[in-house]
Design a protein around this ligand. Sequence first.
Ligand SMILES: Cc1cc2nc3c(=O)[nH]c(=O)nc-3n(C[C@H](O)[C@H](O)[C@H](O)COP(=O)(O)O)c2cc1C
Length: 342
Amino acid sequence: LLKTELCDSVGIKYPIIQGAMAPYTTVKLATAVSNAGGLGTLTTAGFTFQKMGLLKEKIDHKEELRAIIREITDSTISDAVFAVNIPTLKHAIPIARDYLEVVNEELESNPKTRRKLKVIVTSAGDPAVLIKSIKDAGLLCMHIVPTIQHAKIAQKAGVDFIIASGTEGGGVVSYEYPITTLVLVRGVVKTVKTPVIAAGGLCDGAGLVAALALGAVGIQMGTRFIATEECEFHPDYKARILKASERETLITIMPYGPCRQLKTEFSLKLQELMSKGVDTSSYAWEGIRNTVEGNIEKGFMAAGQVAGLIGEILPVKDLIERIVQEAEEIIKNLNSKLRKSQ
Ligand SMILES: Cc1cc2nc3c(=O)[nH]c(=O)nc-3n(C[C@H](O)[C@H](O)[C@H](O)COP(=O)(O)O)c2cc1C
């Protein structure tokens, strides 16, 4: 069986993580991933957007997180493990602290949650602001980085795993330093001692083997998991992932950072507005709101270049098992590809 240090530390069967994906909560997707032996991740960024007053509805972000932690705790099998993603954006630190407070309350009040919730994934900021509270809660911290420099900062903060996510990935990416997964993962592995998880552009067993060959202990995927039966994304969003070629993404500035997304009426106009140097934040929020409200073509659709390699919607369990099986086959047959020396 394909097991790594990641499986042992977190308590999962396969070294595969489902990345958080706003603006959805990903509670249904995470449930399916955790039940299938991977690490499912709950997404809080959508609540953060709403809390910041940038979408129509006003919500209680703490109670929203509590509800999805309870839902996944009750809907997963007894040995499932899950994570919660908490964005550590500078202007959302108080909100991040609120989320951690809820996590702590739930860990303390429910032994089932204590058994299953093992990881906080911090993203888009400096993990140092939350690391002590995460450790005090007895949880592991994984932090997402787009450059080797950010990986050094994460190591210094004391995170347990670094998720090195290349520019080809969907969602937040570095605009200034668009480093590919191949270069980033290898560079981070060679630079830090903290174990590394590869992300960005991965969708199958070959990707998993490549990540392991670069020195990673597992993979995180976002876009591939959108095209699954259990994923709660809008059906039109999933259909666009299946149809997209590898050329159909672009990076624009969203209010919380640069973001790789599909080319749509919305993102092409946003790109045009950006090139004119006008303030695009209200238009960008409108795109997120359209997606939340199901008006997909006028909406923001984060996705990575790997959309061009995704051709079918699968049940999560089949997808994960297929990836592991493919990876094992590739590793087994790798030697037969090499010419024997005469
Ligand atoms: C629709 C979408 C939304 C995302 N939202 C978040 C998020 O809220 N928090 C986060 O840490 N990463 C987010 N990401 C990044 C993913 O968790 C993951 O790291 C990334 O998708 C990996 O690249 P891939 O899409 O090529 O698999 C998002 C990605 C996508 C595609």
